[in-house]
Design a binder for this molecule. Structure first.
Ligand code: GRF
Length: 316
């Protein structure tokens, strides 16, 4: 299976970036580092990345508007077909459009046990508060600073004679181990059929009167005692695909979709013209778009009374 493509963004030393790069050298690591980018051309980490044969991009943000700088960064990330962005000591606030463009695909490492001590001077604050432990956190990046779902944490004991520096040094050891492990888990989950099915299940069962059954060995979703609106298929008849099948208007729409993106859309065997297969195993799922496909498919098979009620509720 193809490795997930990760770009690492740094501003300085880049020791976490190095840890991610070295972990990626293991043949079984599910991600590869395809770019190291910095907002400071003098960031020491760039030299290391270059020596490791990783493409680098450096551009000072000085004199540029935040949104323009981030748009430039997004363009660079796209050149190397980045799927995930790992922030590793990247000392820039991100623009809302950057966070949105890479929604659920940016991770960050922070040197505290979040939600404690967001922002800077985390070690000083943990010591001053008399905490017995601090540590590090890897989380998904959202619009709020050092917020977003926590993916993993490592607690690190604070010693009686610790200074901010000695504590930082020890936490850094923990950071280097935590980040690569969490990144590996996170980037591979989107390729796991169980995780993909759970995403579909949550969205499908949120539709009115939806239920789940099994048909032809495939988990499928329908209206209770009614028709089916979605099938989840994983390696059915050995086709190697993980996908959902949803209702569409017919042959024309089917042909149009396949022509627009033949990697993603396909004509599902035995289902006829009224269905389309949408691959979920390409690593770049647009979950809002998939929720929309499920909704349209539900509308296509829902009895008029149920459909009307849903349409009215939808307007509010
Ligand atoms: C790390 O402590 C990280 O947690 C924080 O910034 C520091 C970066 O260090 N976000 P490095 O550049 O990875 O060595």
């Amino acid at each position: 299976m193809a490795k997930a493509r990760v770009a690492v963004l740094i501003s300085g030393r880049g020791s976490n970036m190095a840890a991610l790069v070295y972990a990626a050298k293991h043949p079984k690591c599910p991600y590869e580092v395809v770019l190291v980018a910095a907002n400071d051309p003098d960031a020491p980490g760039l030299k290391l990345a270059h020596a490791e044969g990783i493409p680098v991009f450096a551009q000072s943000h000085k004199g540029m508007k935040r949104a323009d700088f981030d748009a430039l960064m997004t363009a660079q990330l796209k050149v190397v077909r980045t799927e995930y962005v790992a922030l590793a000591g990247y000392m820039r606030l991100l623009s809302p459009s950057f966070v949105n463009d890479w929604r659920d695909r940016i991770l960050n490492i922070h040197p505290s046990l979040l939600p404690k001590y967001k922002g800077l001077d985390t070690h000083e604050r943990a010591i001053a508060a008399g905490d017995s432990a601090s540590g590090c956190t890897v989380h998904v990046v959202t619009a709020e600073l050092d917020d977003g779902p926590i993916l993993g944490q490592t607690p690190v004991a604070i010693l009686p004679d610790d200074t901010a520096e000695t504590l930082a040094d020890r936490i850094l050891i923990a950071e280097h181990q935590l980040y690569s492990r969490v990144l590996a888990e996170y980037t591979s989950r989107e390729r796991q059929p169980d995780w993909l099915l759970e995403q579909i299940r949550t969205r499908a069962l949120a539709l009115p009167e939806a239920d789940e059954t099994v048909s032809h060995g495939m988990p499928c979703f329908g209206i209770i005692k009614g028709k089916k609106f979605a099938y989840f298929t994983h390696d059915h008849h050995g086709d190697g695909k993980t996908a959902i099948l949803v209702k569409i208007s017919g042959l024309d729409e089917q042909a149009m979709l396949i022509e627009a993106d033949a990697d993603r859309y396909y004509r599902p065997a035995y289902f006829g013209d009224g269905w389309i297969g949408i691959r979920l195993d390409l690593g770049d799922n647009d979950w809002a778009g998939i929720a929309d496909w499920l909704r349209k498919s539900w509308i296509a098979i829902a009895p008029p009374k149920l459909r009307q009620g849903f349409a009215i509720a939808d307007e509010f």
